[in-house]
Design a protein around this ligand. Structure first.
Ligand SMILES: C[S@@+](CC[C@H](N)C(=O)[O-])C[C@H]1O[C@@H](n2cnc3c(N)ncnc32)[C@H](O)[C@@H]1O
Length: 328
């Protein structure tokens, strides 16, 4: 807890330091500042603030809901985002010489939101208490909700995305030949490695930390099932979209993905997951069908999920089973 407080204090000090320069008063002044320091987040946030009135409504709403400003939570991840966006920001800065700032900033905003939500979501369950408290509920959720949907799927080579401390893995391992565990939080991967080791009762385990939207460590066409329960509900739709494309790549022909995701985007389509009920994201069942079509996957099953499944709101979530078409 003390290290958490120290981290928050350091972040607040950084935010105060970055706000020390007065914001620019015109677009031209903001662009000049970006061109002097293209890889820095704050000058971009200033320009976004100056052009956002000209954004399409949905993008403007996203800028507001994610608070992409000098005082927003995004600055808690300033260094990380500057590192990850460095090339994109340099390139975008050059484009400002020729192209409309509204267009260029729109693309920068989309990338900022994707990376901010990955970092936020990674750190949200950094402490172990959540996992200890959630563990006792999984058997009931498995028996009542999960198993009826997945019982006919092929468990030969499974990837579990975002396993936390492995409460789903404990049930999956009894069915699986191998399980590849992929999480953005290294502590979760370490907790699972300690819990399951390399082999357990005939099931082999592999462990990987992801950068938050890729399965680059997994061979193409190698898996029969991708499984994710009670994690993707928090992932921004841009992150889910990237994962759906990765899932299409790593599944064998005929393989499936069981994905539990948010449907709260039907209520607040441009929202920030961190402010929504149950920290649900802007995903919807409809968006999932669109991403599946883009990635060449079939939707084998989909249903909405709400109070009867134990969530606080009707139709808060959705369960979708995607299938990679079998070879003809
Ligand atoms: C609420 S916990 C749920 C864990 C587990 N599925 C369960 O039911 O107990 C969310 C998990 O998602 C992981 N996570 C968050 N964002 C992620 C991302 N972009 N990619 C992969 N894992 C992510 C977190 O590290 C955490 O392990």
């Amino acid at each position: 807890m003390r290290s958490l407080l120290a981290r928050i204090r350091r972040k607040l000090a950084r935010i105060a330091a970055s706000s020390a320069t007065r914001p620019p008063s015109s677009r031209n002044q903001a662009i000049e500042r970006i061109q002097r320091r293209p890889g820095q987040l704050v000058p971009w946030l200033d320009l976004i603030g100056l052009v956002r009135a000209d954004f399409p409504d949905s993008l403007r709403e996203q800028v507001l809901s994610h608070d992409l400003t000098r005082s927003g939570v995004i600055l808690c991840f300033q260094e990380e985002l500057q590192n990850r966006m460095s090339d994109d920001l340099q390139q975008a800065s050059r484009r400002l010489e020729q192209e409309d700032a509204v267009l260029v900033c729109g693309e920068v905003v989309a990338e900022m939101i994707r990376l901010k939500t990955i970092a936020q979501c990674r750190d949200a369950h950094a402490e172990g208490n959540y996992y200890r408290d959630a563990e006792p509920y999984i058997q009931k959720q498995w028996d009542g909700v999960i198993w009826p949907i997945i019982k006919d799927l092929d468990f030969t080579e499974v990837l579990e995305l975002a396993p936390g401390h492995g409460r789903n893995t404990e049930l999956l391992r009894r069915l699986a030949g191998s399980i590849t565990l992929v999480d953005v939080n290294p502590n979760c991967i370490e907790a699972c490695r300690e819990r399951f080791g390399e082999h357990r009762d005939g099931c082999r385990f592999r462990y990987f930390v992801t950068d938050g939207d890729s399965l680059a460590m997994v061979e193409s066409g190698s898996l029969t099932l991708v499984y994710s329960f009670d994690s993707m509900v928090h992932f921004d739709s841009s992150v889910v979209r990237a994962y759906v494309h990765e899932i299409a790549r790593v599944l064998r022909p005929g393989g499936s993905a069981f994905l539990h995701h948010s449907n709260y985007g039907t209520v607040a389509p441009n929202s920030d997951w961190a402010h929504n009920p149950g920290n649900r994201s802007d995903m919807t069942a409809d968006r999932m069908r669109g991403f599946a079509a883009e990635a060449g996957l079939d939707v084998a099953f989909q249903r909405l999920s709400g109070i009867a499944d134990g969530w606080g709101l009707e139709d808060l979530d959705a369960f979708t089973v995607l299938r990679r078409p079998a070879l003809a």
